[in-house]
Design a protein around this ligand. Structure first.
Ligand SMILES: Cc1cc2nc3c(=O)[nH]c(=O)nc-3n(C[C@H](O)[C@H](O)[C@H](O)COP(=O)(O)OP(=O)(O)OC[C@H]3O[C@@H](n4cnc5c(N)ncnc54)[C@H](O)[C@@H]3O)c2cc1C
Length: 425
């Protein structure tokens, strides 16, 4: 079976590896950019996705270029601790959570795809711009190159893993409303800086109008050496028309936005100083996509942000795009008819992803920062005066259950590893 994937991001590359591991050997990834560069900033990848990487034999290579996240701490704007929880192994998972640079993650996946599927498995400068399902089965994908030339790729299945602005999604759902903005502007970047706290903590601090997210993505090469630190600061400006896409990811002058974060200076972390020490800051509106009524049309389906772009709360967008590819590969092995397989994949993945998209519109687990600010705008001496016993733990646990990434589910659910019957062992 020929399978064509549009997009060599985290989701598309993992899908390629998953399909190959399941015994599909005619898998091609079409990527729009002429050269895949290690762009992006930090990602936290949750243990449910690291389990998939472990079963694909990639986790060890990722661990070499990442930090095993030890804990997640929420603070109010005065630096008072609202909630701290262990993450990964310390939280009882059999797999770690990783803090990693997106470019490093993509590079490892790209290398492994080329090693296993062949050097030509990923074809750059190939933008999928539309498709047509064929009456006799299969699909024609229309591809545009940078020089303006076009070609048609005929394939048995097309997987749209082409991100939040997915062309495959647009062709499937032409009336879909486009990216939705929640009124937060985000500035993000990375900088070499001394580790803080235990060197493995992800910190989220702020109030109802602002957020700072900071975590290390590397360990020091020697005692006293700096680490690569991810930072993002966000500020609510308005809700309304999403800023023009041409203005997304544009470089921004920190002196223009840092006055809004000047007070986020704690004994152990100086957010403005960290931002100033970065090479550059990129500005980005916090956008998601509306949940879709379906991900599949004929022999075409969606995966990752193309299917379920969500506001970046709770470290789920990339994490879930990894799981998508694994479930898709399993469904294609478990169902002889590809139509049944795509339906099974969608039925398994779409409901929980819709629930996560909706939860993230309510700020996901980060809602504890809003609640702390709402209930104690002048700060607190004792967090127990602000949150009744058990409330914070319940918020965290119910979010994990919603996305099926609580420790019990991740540790004990059946594996997604499968093999086609005709694949040599
Ligand atoms: C501020 C911020 C913080 C985040 N933090 C986290 C986090 O901590 N943890 C987490 O899990 N997620 C996080 N995310 C979300 C995460 O980045 C995305 O969910 C993830 O990258 C989606 O992967 P993807 O492969 O679906 O899409 P993408 O990574 O967008 O990849 C899509 C690929 O398709 C290519 N492409 C685009 N159009 C076409 C086309 N027409 N034809 C062919 N190729 C095409 C693109 O060039 C790209 O290579 C964050 C997002 C933001 C904005």
């Amino acid at each position: 079976m020929r399978i064509t994937i549009a997009g060599a991001g985290i989701g598309g590359l993992t899908a390629a590896l998953s399909l190959h591991a399941a015994g599909f050997d005619e898998v091609t990834v079409l990527e729009s950019v002429p050269e895949i560069a290690p762009i992006g900033v930090g990602l936290n990848i949750l243990p449910n996705a690291i389990r998939e990487f472990d079963e694909l034999g990639v986790a060890d290579r990722l661990l070499e270029v990442a930090v095993a996240t030890g804990s997640l701490s929420y603070y109010n704007r005065f630096g008072s601790l609202i909630w701290n929880e262990p993450r990964g192994i310390g939280a009882g998972y059999r797999w770690p959570q990783l803090s990693i640079h997106r470019g490093r993650l993509q590079r490892v996946l790209l290398d492994v795809v080329r090693e296993r599927l062949g050097p030509d498995a990923v074809v750059a400068d190939s933008r999928v711009v539309g498709f047509e399902n064929r009456a006799a089965g299969g699909v024609d994908a229309h591809v545009l190159r940078g020089d303006g030339s076009t070609r048609t790729v005929t394939t048995d299945l097309l997987v749209g893993a082409d991100g939040i602005h997915s062309a495959v999604r647009a062709a499937m759902h032409p009336c879909d409303g486009g990216p939705q903005w929640n009124g937060l502007l985000v500035w993000r970047g990375s900088a070499w800086a001394p580790p803080f706290l235990d060197g493995r903590t992800m910190v989220i601090a702020g109030d109802r109008g602002r957020r700072a997210v900071v975590y290390p993505m590397s360990v020091p090469s020697a005692p006293g050496e700096p680490v690569l630190m991810n930072w993002a600061v966000a500020r609510r400006v308005e809700v309304g028309t999403v800023p023009d896409r041409a203005d997304w990811n544009r470089p921004a002058d920190p002196e223009r936005f840092l006055p809004h974060f000047a007070d986020l200076v704690f004994d152990w972390l100086d957010v403005p100083a960290l931002v100033r020490s970065a090479d550059r800051a990129l500005e980005y509106p916090m956008v998601d996509r509306d949940p879709l009524p379906s991900w599949t049309a004929g022999r075409v389906t969606l995966l990752g942000d193309a299917a379920h772009a969500m506001n970046p709360m709770g470290s789920n967008g990339g994490t879930q795009s990894i799981v998508d590819g694994r479930v898709l590969a399993r469904a294609l092995v478990e169902h002889a008819d590809p139509d049944d397989a795509l339906l099974a994949y969608e039925n398994e993945r779409r409901p929980p992803m819709t629930a996560l998209q909706e939860a993230n519109r309510r700020m996901g687990p980060e809602v504890v920062i809003d609640l702390a600010d709402e209930r104690a705008p002048a700060g607190f001496a004792d967090v127990c005066e602000v949150f009744p016993h058990g409330e914070l733990a319940r918020i965290s646990a119910s979010y994990a259950t919603l996305g099926s990434f609580d420790p019990d589910t991740v540790n004990s659910r059946p594996s997604n590893a499968v093999q086609r019957w005709d694949t040599p062992a």
